[in-house]
Design a protein. Structure first.
Length: 169
């Protein structure tokens, strides 16, 4: 199997839609925020296939195991870092459904972030970066908390119904 094929990326996007999460979390050790994409599942076979795709795409990733003693143990596979998160989200964006707007929002943030000069980012633009990070965090929370899928679609229910009922027999 070609792990960069449309089929592999569409499969990964489907898994991301159902089992994944796009996070903007605080890194306690560094005191900085960090973008992460993670997928959590109890199937070692699924995590293994995701690992192969990630390795083929040359992403840096790591695993986190969860076992609370009550639920089936799970494994998270986590990709971090702006470059890897950007490459991953760009590759699967055309195939995403439920995480589409979250991914697009993160990609817009990364595009903005990449417009800043690399030298002096931490001091000269600290206020702008913090403001944009706060805005990104708030928008991701808003998108995750959307109560209805239709709130996140560009189509209205009547449009979808018209498409379904007007097809040729």
């Amino acid at each position: 199997m070609d792990y960069s094929s449309t089929e592999a990326l569409a499969w990964l996007a489907g898994i991301m839609d159902g089992e994944g999460c796009i996070l903007f979390s605080q890194n306690a050790a560094r005191g900085q925020r960090q973008l992460k994409v993670q997928i959590k599942n109890t199937s070692i076979f699924m995590i293994d296939k995701i690992s192969i795709i990630y390795a083929y795409m040359k992403f840096k990733f790591h695993y986190v195991t969860e076992d609370d003693g009550y639920n089936k143990p799970a494994i998270k596979i986590v990709v971090g870092g702006l470059d890897d998160v950007e490459t991953l989200l760009r590759a699967i964006l055309p195939h995403l459904t439920t995480k589409f707007y979250e991914a697009r929002t993160v990609l817009n943030y990364i595009e903005w972030r990449n417009t800043l000069p690399k030298h002096g980012r931490s001091s000269d633009f600290r206020g702008q970066v913090k403001f944009m990070q706060d805005a990104l965090g708030a928008e991701l929370t808003r998108l995750k908390n959307s109560r209805m899928v239709l709130d996140r679609l560009d189509l209205k229910p009547s449009t979808a119904l018209a498409l379904a009922t007007n097809r040729e027999e």
